[in-house]
Design a protein around this ligand. Structure first.
Ligand SMILES: [Zn+2]
Length: 274
């Protein structure tokens, strides 16, 4: 599948402590884009950056997003997988005429190539809103022309997947935080995301949201796009990370508030915008 072309993976020095809790025990490499969303042959990670306890927590919400929601798409794009790829997808078909719902097992080759994401409002902090736990916006489903029509007959509905907004947001938070540490170092900002990533805080929409502004930096051929941004909030410079997963499918962009910037990072980002 050559739907995307560019995949850039940088190399980084080991952190030697957990970027979520600070522990120095049982450290493993932290994939910046989840392992299961990386193309085969590509490897983008921060060495020795997550302890076993935190890795257990992040694995759980990533698993829900990757298997439940994005599973069939990952298989179709031949992205990485630690398990044997499934050959069929469990779904259900809703016959709307009589309301009958039947379970179905659709071969992966016949399952539509769909991608699910969200068109969210911007992060609450950037809108000067109060912390909140409910996202506002709509779910986005994108697929190449004709994909859905291939499997859905007139008068039928088809279960494409299931997405938990909080799990999805925590996955984005993990990408943003690990990317910011990899790119600028832990000293460059006061982190805001670890509590949310570890599940101690549910105010995800306060720091994670959509980005409906302007035209995306990415080109059509990019699998995933991740980039830093700076933004003053009440006069305080903050480090943000823009994320666009499955950019080549036209998925929405997200903008995640990573933390308050400390001097040097601000200068670097302002004099050398990436
Ligand atoms: Zn940890």
């Amino acid at each position: 599948m050559s739907a995307y072309e560019r995949w850039v993976a940088e190399k980084y020095e080991p952190v030697n402590r957990c970027i979520y809790c600070g522990s120095t025990d049982n450290l493993s490499d932290e994939h910046i884009i989840p392992y299961g969303l990386q193309p085969r042959g590509g490897d983008w990670f921060l060495p020795k950056a997550s302890c076993a306890r935190c890795a257990d927590i992040t694995k759980r919400f990533e698993g829900l997003c990757l298997q439940g929601t994005l599973g069939p798409l990952r298989t179709k794009l031949n992205l990485k997988s630690r398990n044997k790829s499934k050959t069929s997808v469990e779904t259900s078909i809703n016959y709307r005429e009589d309301g009958r719902i039947e379970k179905a097992n659709v071969p992966i080759d016949d399952f539509p190539m769909v991608c699910i994401g969200f068109d969210w409002d911007a992060a609450g902090l950037l809108r000067h809103a109060n912390p909140a736990t409910e996202f506002s916006g709509t779910q986005i489903v994108r697929y190449p022309a004709g994909e859905i029509e291939k499997v859905i007959r007139e008068g039928q509905a088809f279960k494409l997947g299931r997405v938990g907004q909080l799990e999805f947001a925590r996955m984005l938070a993990k990408i943003a935080h690990s990317y910011a540490v990899a790119k600028f170092g832990e000293g460059a900002f006061e982190p805001l995301l670890p509590h949310l990533i570890l599940g101690h805080d549910a105010n995800a929409p306060y720091l994670i949201g959509g980005d409906r502004s302007g035209s995306p930096l990415s080109s059509q051929s990019v699998l995933h796009d991740v980039y830093p941004q700076a933004c003053d909030v009440n006069g305080v410079p903050h480090l943000l990370v823009g994320i666009r997963l499955f950019a080549f499918m036209g998925m929405p962009r997200y903008l995640v508030v990573v933390g308050k910037m400390r001097g040097s990072a601000v200068d670097r980002l302002r004099t050398n915008p990436l």
